[in-house]
Design a protein around this ligand. Structure first.
Ligand SMILES: Cc1cc2nc3c(=O)[nH]c(=O)nc-3n(C[C@H](O)[C@H](O)[C@H](O)COP(=O)(O)O)c2cc1C
Length: 177
């Protein structure tokens, strides 16, 4: 059976951009659940799903984020932050948690965009200071590794889609073709 092209899905992928300025409107718990359902729909090595998520709405916690990552200075203005972590105990194939949690993170960003929200991935792993600081911020067990911190809110404005297609980065069958 021919699978029909889903142009709405492609539009979401091609128009997603990072949003770092948010209005004061709050993102609802129902929307956060949709984001997390999308994140957990991601592929993972051996279908291990080695992720855990900490939803942060407490402004006192969000206010501490810029001191952990100066490139997340806008965190206090977000409605919600979602810390994407791994618990290595879930892993079936050691080491693949980085790809697994990254796939979940991208799914979450795309879902936010599809819902009319704005979101940005801010880096945590492999910066060991940020990993330790986020662990302390949300009081995880020591084995938990925070991988990314996603800030979500209603966008003040939407950045224009970016065309990053580079045909010279594509190789056919062998590298030097
Ligand atoms: C691993 C990773 C770490 C990132 N860390 C930050 C960050 O700390 N602060 C930030 O503002 N953006 C961060 N970004 C977002 C990138 O700057 C952004 O995705 C990139 O400039 C492309 O822009 P776009 O997302 O609007 O397409 C990060 C993105 C990734 C994938």
């Amino acid at each position: 059976m021919d699978k029909p092209e889903n142009s709405a899905a492609l539009d979401v992928i091609m128009s997603r951009r990072s949003v770092r300025a948010f209005t004061s409107e709050e993102v609802s718990d129902e929307q956060v659940e949709k984001l997390l359902r999308a994140a957990m729909a991601a592929p993972s090595a051996g279908n291990a799903q080695p992720w855990e998520f900490v939803v942060i709405r407490d402004k006192a916690l969000l206010d501490k984020v810029p001191a952990i990552n100066p490139y997340a200075a806008f965190a206090p203005k977000a409605s919600v932050g979602i810390l994407v972590c791994t618990d290595p105990e879930y892993e079936k194939f050691p080491g693949y948690w980085i790809e697994d949690t990254s796939a979940a993170t991208e799914n979450l960003l795309l879902a936010a965009h599809a819902l009319g929200l704005g979101a940005v991935w801010t880096g945590v792993y492999p910066d060991s200071q940020r990993v330790s600081a986020f662990r302390a911020l949300v009081q995880t067990p020591e084995r938990i590794i925070p991988m990314a911190f996603i800030l979500v809110g209603y966008p003040q404005s939407l950045p224009k889609p970016a065309d990053r297609f580079l045909s010279e980065r594509i190789h056919q069958n062998t590298w030097s073709s």
